[in-house]
Ligand binder design. Structure first.
Ligand SMILES: [Zn+2]
Length: 349
């Protein structure tokens, strides 16, 4: 695995607390782009200007990851949290975390009642988020405060990076470090006549917030968002053709499970461009309908008078858990697809 991706996965950046990631990206991209700025919510805007200025293309990848916030410390030194983003409760039970404090990171464990101590009824029921607590080894509240922990500290789960068979990798926060990795590669490699604006957005996981404000100020002619897509090629998933290793996804629509409301429908010209470019250059791709969520693309598309947008995804399993899993093959193909699309985009915008 590339050292860049490894580094991105080591960084902790809960929604609203993306500073470490922003500082890393600033350093990394300073020699690559013409201008770097940060908007007032914290989105990092990296601009690479071309000779023709037009079209202005915004490509977004969110910096934040799923996390938690300390909300309550009990007198015995146990900590309770509020989720930051859509957490799969059963998947975080008894995982390791770190709490980011002014004194540095403090390790902890997500505690629950041991199986021996559960009643028959409890064993059969899914755990409620409120019954999970963080154990930092403290014996009372003062102990916790002496460690530097206070209300509002972000909490991030820790999970070792694993390189699996078939070029597949697993760990925390591939959503959306993989989008960041792709966007860095695109900014580094693109030879583009228009203006290319990379937006590393904040607070996607809690309501697509950074994309909303940055799309307004960037005012692009066309927008693209990079994120993970829900793979369907593992046990228990029905009615999905999305496979890892079979190419990046081109999203047709995304939104709420029941209605596709609150989401996005691809702009027909952007859709045609992405599909034509993929076919012409033998880049594998998959068409995606994403039920049960959406990405930054929704905020960009609804900015100002409406922005023509597309969305490219990397198929991944076990999303929003500490063991997200995807194929690096799809990542290479996504980079290719975007670079080729940039070469043709002037023909339609
Ligand atoms: Zn995401």
């Amino acid at each position: 695995m590339s050292s860049l991706l490894k580094k991105l996965l080591e960084i902790n950046a809960a929604s609203g607390f993306e500073n470490e990631m922003r500082e890393f990206l600033k350093e990394r991209l300073r020699p690559v782009v013409d201008e770097i700025s940060t908007d007032s919510l914290g989105t990092l805007i990296c601009s690479k200007y071309g000779p023709n200025k037009k079209p202005k293309v915004m490509i977004a990848a969110h910096m934040d990851e799923i996390g938690m916030l300390i909300k309550f410390i009990d007198e015995n030194g146990f900590l309770y949290f509020a989720p930051l983003g859509g957490i799969h409760t059963q998947a975080i039970v008894n995982q390791s975390v770190i709490i980011q404090t002014e004194k540095g990171p403090i390790p902890g464990i997500l505690g629950t009642k041991s199986i021996h101590q559960q009643s028959e009824k409890e064993r059969k029921q899914p755990l409620e988020m409120d019954s999970i607590f963080i154990d930092v080894g403290a014996t009372n509240r003062e102990d916790v405060e002496n460690l530097g922990i206070s209300i509002g500290n972000p909490v991030i789960w820790q999970s070792p990076l694993k390189e699996l068979a078939n070029n597949r990798v697993s760990g925390k926060a591939f959503d959306n470090r993989i989008g960041i990795y792709i966007l860095i590669n695109v900014l580094e490699q693109a030879q583009f006549d228009g203006d290319l604006i990379g937006a590393f957005t904040v607070m996607e996981e809690i309501g697509l917030r950074g994309a909303k404000t940055s799309a307004f100020s960037i005012e692009p002619d066309v927008g693209l968002a990079l994120d993970v897509a829900a793979a369907g090629d593992y046990p228990s998933i029905k009615h999905s053709n999305i496979k890892m290793g079979a190419g990046p996804t081109i999203t047709i629509a995304s939104g709420r499970r029941a209605s596709l409301g609150g989401g996005f429908v691809v702009h027909p010209k952007v859709f045609r461009l992405l599909v034509d470019v993929a076919k012409k250059n033998d880049i594998p791709y998959q068409l995606e309908i994403f039920q049960g969520g959406t990405t930054d693309v929704t905020s960009i598309a609804l900015s100002r008078g409406g922005i023509p947008c597309g969305s490219i995804g990397i198929p991944a399993r076990y999303l929003h858990t500490p063991v997200e899993l995807l194929s690096m093959k799809d990542v290479e193909n996504a980079i290719k697809l975007i670079l080729f699309a940039l070469k043709k985009i002037h023909t339609i915008f």
